[in-house]
Design a protein around this ligand. Structure first.
Ligand SMILES: [Zn+2]
Length: 311
């Protein structure tokens, strides 16, 4: 089983992918989720960053699978998302340092859109991977895998609604469908760019459902949080998160970020310097909390842990 899993994972990583922008059918190249040279390389040490590589849902019992890996800046925080033309043209304004303005609606939307596409692709790959390995799976795991696959499909369908909404906004240069706020916080060498689904008690049966967009990244001597949602699908959790982040108090802000990476996200990266400031004891706690809460999307989910207490 282990060998089949690895073979299938390799096959999936090598597979050609199609550009995700607006029905383009060209082959996708490797895209960085955030600026490679202006953001990721800036916080790297010897051109490396630390990325957690979490287990797939049916490997959670094997704790060894989950770890923080040192990854070169060319590969860290990447996905096969867009063709060369779209990767260059579409994101030019947030890739070239001269025109950066994180209060600009277009730039906030482009950042959120790229993080969103990353998540859709990651779910597509996970779904594909499961449908491949299910054939070699012991009979007692099949039910769980089938329901995980359905969960991915449902998630992709929901996120695709917002992807189309972002594309409409980008093409028409009218970003009024989205409410995205930018807040500056003290510098922390942490990078996040994802859509999040926090259970707001309205349920997720009907697509689309509450989805928010969160971006966190350091730039020069500060760190930016860009977060929000589609105006027709407001997220109360995100509003509370933004309120706490706006307090200006390091302790509160970094605790919010710690909870975010511990309970809500799988895909993020940090500098080796930040990683080295986290004790082994807290890394162990993080891994346990992450694994325990893998399927918990409750709004009230909080932890005692603060990974970033000592920065
Ligand atoms: Zn394209």
């Amino acid at each position: 089983m282990r060998k089949e899993l690895l073979d299938s994972k390799k096959k999936s990583a090598k597979k050609l992918r199609v550009c995700m922008f607006d029905n383009c059918n060209k082959t996708a190249i490797k895209s960085h989720v955030l600026q490679k040279n202006g953001i990721l390389r800036e916080i790297s040490v010897n051109n490396h960053l630390i990325q957690p590589l979490p287990p797939s849902p049916f490997e959670t019992e094997n704790k060894g699978v989950f770890d923080f890996k040192k990854i070169g800046v060319n590969d860290v925080y990447t996905f096969k998302g867009f063709c060369k033309e779209h990767d260059n043209d579409l994101f030019e304004v947030i890739e070239s340092n001269e025109n950066l303005n994180f209060d600009n609606e277009e730039q906030k939307a482009l950042l959120s859109y790229r993080g969103l596409c990353q998540e859709i692709r990651r779910k597509e790959i996970a779904h594909e991977w499961l449908s491949d390995v299910i054939k070699a799976c012991p009979i007692q795991s099949i039910h769980m895998m089938q329901s995980t696959m359905l969960g991915y499909k449902h998630g992709i369908e929901n996120l695709t609604y917002f992807k189309t909404e972002f594309e409409k906004a980008i093409k028409s240069n009218d970003f009024s469908s989205f409410v995205l706020r930018t807040i500056k916080i003290p510098k922390i060498e942490l990078c996040i760019s994802v859509p999040l689904n926090i259970d707001d008690n309205k349920g997720i049966d009907k697509i689309p459902y509450t989805t928010s967009f969160i971006n966190v990244f350091p730039k020069n001597n500060t760190c930016y949080i860009i977060a929000g949602f589609h105006k027709d699908y407001k997220c109360n959790w995100t509003n509370k998160f933004l309120k706490n982040i706006s307090t200006g108090k390091r302790k509160i802000i970094f605790k919010e970020l710690s909870d975010l990476v511990t309970t809500r996200l799988e895909f993020w990266t940090m500098s080796p310097n930040l990683f080295n400031k986290i004790s082994d004891k807290n890394i162990k706690k993080y891994k346990k909390l992450f694994t325990d809460n893998l399927f918990n999307h409750s709004q009230s989910l909080k932890t005692e842990l603060n990974l970033f207490r000592h920065i």
